[in-house]
Design a protein around this ligand. Structure first.
Ligand code: BTN
Length: 249
């Protein structure tokens, strides 16, 4: 696989989780740009402790980054990664497909989720982020099994993309290198590009945080990436975690 200069891919046929392997290697001193790739995963992990079903045909990777920044800034890497997936998807999908980004880091094509992003990090003794593992699963040829996903989901092949998993993975890693370089200049460019592709910007959304659910107008992103929500009956809120969806009715 051709990678950005200075990056190294370690490719597995089968693995438990590429994130687990990348976290182990980061802990052992693997340099930034080490990418763990596997054709399938037997223990793929999603956000909130969920399982990420990982059959052959899709693209699974975990990239080690050593940002040495504060945790709030490292959290912006979710936007960076979503933009890279978006760039990679746009390069292979027919032009009429609508690619949108759902806060914080989901990529939707015609309203269906085509990828998952799991960022995991470790702190240095000085309180900075020592390393981040950017785990990405892109549904290339196989959508999630029926009944598993609690949201609309799809794979790139069903949406008209003819590339195979290695081709999509290569496009994604090349885009990730470009998006990381943009982010290193500051968050403004990443923020503006993310907002230009944001799903439901200016519209009414609901945010669930465990048992709590808040509704309001999605007014934008704060300077650090927090979602700005304007409830109809209260002051504007900064949302730093939660799941965003369209309220029914
Ligand atoms: C989500 O729940 O949306 C995030 C899913 C992240 C899945 C990817 S696949 C590659 C990497 N290895 C894992 O075990 N998880 C991430």
């Amino acid at each position: 696989m051709q990678l950005p200069p200075e990056w190294t891919a370690i490719v597995f046929e089968t693995i438990g989780s590429t994130n687990d392997e990348a976290l182990r290697r980061a802990e052992a001193g693997a340099p930034e740009g080490t990418v763990i790739v596997s054709r399938q995963q037997e223990g793929g992990r999603g956000r909130r402790g969920r399982t990420w079903t990982s059959p052959p045909g899709n693209a699974y990777s975990s990239t080690i980054i050593r940002p040495r920044c504060v945790p709030e800034r490292a959290a912006q890497l979710g936007f960076v990664t979503a933009l890279a997936v978006c760039d990679a998807a746009a390069a292979g999908l027919p032009g009429e497909r609508a690619i949108r980004l759902k806060w914080p880091n989901d990529v939707l094509v015609d309203g269906a989720k085509i990828s998952g992003i799991l960022l995991e990090s470790a702190m240095a003794a000085d309180g900075s982020v020592e390393h981040v593992v950017i785990g990405t699963g892109i549904n290339v040829a196989v959508p999630p099994p029926a009944g598993v996903a609690t949201y609309a989901a799809a794979c790139l092949h069903d949406l008209g993309d003819r590339r195979d998993a290695p081709e999509v993975l290569h496009a994604y890693l090349a885009a990730l290198a470009v998006r990381l370089a943009q982010w290193r200049q500051g968050f403004d460019g990443t923020r503006a590009d993310w907002l230009a592709r944001a799903a439901w910007l200016g519209e009414r959304v609901a945010v669930s945080q465990g048992e709590i659910r808040i509704e309001g107008r999605f007014a934008g992103l704060d300077a650090d990436g927090a979602l700005l929500l304007e409830p109809s009956d209260g002051p504007p809120r900064r949302i730093v975690s939660g799941e965003v969806f369209r309220p029914v009715g």
